[in-house]
Design a protein around this ligand. Structure first.
Ligand code: NAD
Ligand code: WQD
Length: 341
């Protein structure tokens, strides 16, 4: 069988680049469409270096119909993995229209052009943020949905658009993947996450304290109902997450339908546990101070993973030690690249 070609929107980004590595290594051909608003094209050279295979990169925006038409006309796309989107929760509160335009309008156009070209296989990057503040843990996929900010609502809206699309045209094969807290980096140390500006998320912030770019971590609250009082999350290694996408593609090949899966580990760690794990990995101390809770944060969140295990045959295998060790290996290169820029 000729190899299948997968269109990866947002493929130059953090999760997308790791997924491209796994796709290439598994024998898929890869076309990346990315407007580089939160990434650099040079990442894709390192994706090729790791996988030993070339991919096709198109610099363009998912909101550009002509670009999309060209991509689907020039390539026999088997399925789309749709990562492209803006993801900063705080920014989405300040710039809601930008988020709805980029994430929602961009996705609607992508689905429209896909349908026009008869490509009806899609894996969509959703988020555990769609569960809002869950009544209990672990969170199963049928929990009530309640996003609490424009970013989260944009994810929820796209899920609903895909649900409606499936009702209107049952030929579609759709997977909604709700990621918990992706962290870590490829074990090669060649790709990872290195956000511009002040990191919003815990691990990138800790990593920048470790490499000396930031003086200390602010821990947002130590009065939650958790054993050490700090917030607990289901941190998942980005390579496990990437592998979940490959398993999902296989699932879609089984037939039409719409499927929703949590991609998490089913465990959770506190902020202070993550600080300790990172200190262990990098051999440096991470100074921190306890500050007020961050508005909108919840105490504890972790996934029920049974559905993904049973239906996809997928389970995360990497623990927090590996997440921190891989993240630190990448951080050393990320700092060098940042210093050189
Ligand atoms: P990222 O910002 O590293 O990657 C997103 C990529 O999409 C970037 O390369 C960016 O340049 C590109 N992009 C954005 N808008 C685009 C547009 N209009 N046209 C073309 N390209 C565009 O983010 P990530 O962490 O890799 O996240 C990937 C997806 O997973 C996003 O949809 C995000 O919402 C979702 N997600 C991420 C997390 C997380 O914590 N990282 C958690 C849950 C869900
Ligand atoms: C984790 C824990 C913080 C930073 C966010 C999005 C969610 C999803 C994943 C995209 C919490 C604490 C953090 C810091 C801290 N993204 N923290 N000091 O909030 O669980 O989820 O990213 O879909 O939508 O909301 O992740 O990494 O920001 O926070 O103490 O400087 O670390 O309070 O307990 P979160 P996070």
């Amino acid at each position: 069988m000729a190899s299948q070609t997968i269109l990866v929107t947002g493929g130059a980004g953090y999760i997308g680049s790791h997924t491209c590595v796994e796709l290439l290594q598994a024998g898929y051909d890869v076309v990346v469409l990315d407007n580089l608003c939160n990434s650099r094209a040079s990442v894709l050279d390192r994706v090729s270096q790791i996988s030993g295979r070339a991919l096709k990169f198109i610099e363009g925006d998912i909101r550009d119909r002509d670009v999309l038409d060209k991509v689907f006309s020039e390539h026999a796309i088997h399925a789309v993995i749709h990562f492209a989107g803006l993801k900063a929760v705080g920014e989405s509160v300040v710039q809601p229209l930008r988020y709805y335009d980029n994430n929602v309008s961009g996705s609607v156009l992508l689905f429209e052009v896909m349908a026009g070209h008869g490509v009806k296989n899609i894996v969509f990057s959703s988020s555990a943020t769609v569960y809002g503040d869950p009544a209990s843990v672990p969170i199963t996929e049928d929990f009530p949905l309640a996003a609490t900010n424009p970013y989260g609502r944009s994810k929820l809206m796209i899920e609903q658009v895909l649900g409606d699309l499936h009702v209107a045209d049952p030929e579609w094969r759709i997977a909604l993947l709700r990621y918990f807290n992706p962290v870590g980096a490829h074990e090669s140390g060649l790709i990872g996450e290195d956000p511009n500006g002040i990191p919003n998320n815990l691990l990138p912030f800790i990593a920048q304290v470790a490499d000396g770019r930031r003086a200390s971590l602010s821990v947002y609250g130590d009065d939650y109902a958790t054993p050490d009082g700090t917030g607990m999350r289901d941190y998942i290694h980005v390579v496990d997450l990437a592998d979940g996408h490959l398993k999902t593609l296989k699932k879609l090949d089984e037939g039409a339908g719409i499927h929703t899966y949590n991609l998490g580990t089913g465990r959770s760690n506190s902020v202070l546990e993550m600080v300790a794990a990172f200190e262990q990995a990098c051999g440096r101390s991470i100074p921190y101070q306890i500050v007020a809770r961050r508005p909108g944060d919840i105490a504890k969140c972790f996934a029920a993973t049974d559905r993904a295990e049973q239906e996809l045959g997928w389970k995360a295998t990497r623990g927090v030690e590996t997440m921190c060790a891989d993240s630190w290996r990448w951080q050393l290169l990320a700092k060098k690249l940042a210093d050189a820029a």
